[in-house]
Design a protein around this ligand. Structure first.
Ligand SMILES: Cc1cc2nc3c(=O)[nH]c(=O)nc-3n(C[C@H](O)[C@H](O)[C@H](O)COP(=O)(O)O)c2cc1C
Length: 192
């Protein structure tokens, strides 16, 4: 028997812990936490945003970065979601270090090991939908194994909206584009 939840209490999982980095018109860096975002093409990210210091900054610079919350950065990741850059310099208060992306006018926060550098492709304040073209990605060498991003080293986190908590990402349990062949092959045998 299923239990029905109203539409405002839906749980979509996993949700991301995206840290959006921006500069204001004076070059002051800011960061905010966003759960409602995902990859929408090979080089595209789409995020649902209310009006924030972050969106004001993007309107001025046309650029942003997206880093990913990790076990080691969970406290600063949450801080970036409970304080506004309209009131304080969150980057300074959190003790973070930044440098400017070589590709877009947005900061790379050095405490986070993986960061997308994005050009603002579309921002609609009415729908709150931000679309970014990913022009490059920076990964700290400490999270790379055999030329690939290694999530066991990176230790990314997800946001659990059911209980308002952060969870770590678990171990590999199967190989994609392969596991399903256990059924596909069996069905094809029966079909033939
Ligand atoms: C776990 C978590 C997820 C959040 N997800 C979003 C989101 O997807 N969209 C959004 O507009 N705000 C989201 N927020 C709220 C913003 O991070 C928050 O309002 C922040 O203070 C905005 O920062 P800024 O004013 O410096 O830009 C989230 C906050 C937390 C803690």
């Amino acid at each position: 028997m299923s239990v029905e939840f109203d539409a405002k209490n839906t749980v979509i999982t996993p949700e991301a812990v995206l840290i959006i980095g921006t500069y204001d018109e004076n070059g002051v860096p800011n960061a905010m936490n966003a759960a409602w975002g995902t990859q929408t093409d090979f080089s595209e990210i789409t995020i649902s945003l209310s009006q924030h210091k972050t969106t004001e900054n993007i309107e001025k610079t046309g650029a942003f970065t997206v880093a990913f919350g990790t076990v080691d950065t969970v406290t600063i990741s949450d801080y970036f979601g409970v304080e506004s850059g309209k009131k304080v310099n969150k980057i300074a208060k959190a003790g973070c270090h930044v440098h400017k992306s070589a590709h877009v006018n947005a900061p790379i926060i050095e405490e986070f090991p993986l960061t997308l550098e994005c050009r603002c492709k579309d921002w609609n304040p009415e729908t709150g939908i931000l679309v970014g073209e990913i022009v490059a990605q920076q990964a700290d060498e400490s999270i790379i194994t055999d030329g690939k991003i290694d999530l066991d080293k990176m230790k990314p986190i997800i946001y659990d909206s059911a209980i308002h908590a952060y969870r770590s990402v678990g171990p590999v349990i199967a190989t994609a584009f392969s596991e399903g062949f256990k059924i596909k092959k069996a069905v094809n045998q029966w079909d033939n």
